[in-house]
Design a protein around this ligand. Structure first.
Ligand code: 5RP
Length: 234
């Protein structure tokens, strides 16, 4: 019986098939993205010319440790291929991301990618978004209580994310509110409502962004594709 780690590795290894020499790669955050990064490090060690744009300080540190060259996103407006994990994937390939706290940079890099490939184990597939994961909402610390109240008025139960007893801080110095909605029937409408709350810096609804989702199943990788060219939306 393969472990969740095995399934994540299966998906991460399959994503290496999308990597071509000379590419600039968006490097995601989290345990599955880390496995992809290890594969990229192998390709680099084998002589492939690749550069990465990290989506978090943790990924930047890991890339340096593994010998994957990085380039600054401040010097470019796009990447060739972004590869990242997800917390939930629905049948339309819409996602919830951000349980790892890196959603703000992850969304920018995914939106800037010619191709956004998501790598997950099969436990991440859900019939509709929000059945398990909350929607992480990154908020500026100044307005977090107001943002929490505003999310509650949209029907959410809201928790300020904590780490070691303190309010969690993202790489951008912000807090995260984990918002659970009893029904997330219209994710698109909700995404707009959340984004419109003053103080909200970003949220974990990644809608119409993924071009491909690679699912580790233990019986081979399932490839799910969004038909047509994805429209980029938050
Ligand atoms: C980080 C993320 C991660 O991609 C997501 O939490 C999945 O993590 P893992 O691969 O460890 O299950 O969105 O912000």
């Amino acid at each position: 019986m393969p472990s969740t780690g095995d399934l994540k590795r299966e998906a991460a290894e399959a994503a290496l098939g999308y990597v071509k020499p000379g590419m600039v790669l968006g490097l995601g955050t989290g345990s599955t993205a880390r496995l992809f990064l290890e594969g990229v490090a192998r390709l680099v060690a084998g002589g492939m010319d690749l550069k990465g744009v990290p989506t978090s300080l943790a990924t930047a540190g890991a890339a340096k440790d593994l010998g994957v060259p990085l380039t600054s996103f401040e010097e470019r407006a796009s990447v060739d291929l972004a590869v990242d994990g997800a917390d939930e994937v629905d049948p339309k390939l819409d996602l919830i991301k951000g349980l790892g706290g890196a959603l703000f940079r992850e969304k920018i890099v995914a939106a800037a990618a010619q191709q956004f490939v998501v790598i997950v184990d099969e436990s991440k597939l859900v019939p509709r978004l929000g059945v398990r994961a909350p929607v992480p909402v990154e908020v500026h610390p100044f307005g977090w209580r107001f943002a929490a109240k505003s999310l509650e008025s949209l029907g959410a139960t809201v928790d300020l994310r904590r780490a070691s007893g303190e309010a969690f801080r993202t790489d951008n110095g912000n807090h995260i509110l984990d918002a659970r909605f009893p029904s997330l029937a219209s994710a698109e409408r909700l995404a707009g409502q959340i984004a419109a709350i003053p103080g909200v810096v970003g949220h974990g609804l990644f809608l119409k962004m993924a071009s491909t989702v690679l699912v580790g199943t233990g019986k081979g990788v399932r490839t799910l594709r969004r038909p047509g060219k994805p429209r980029r939306k938050s």
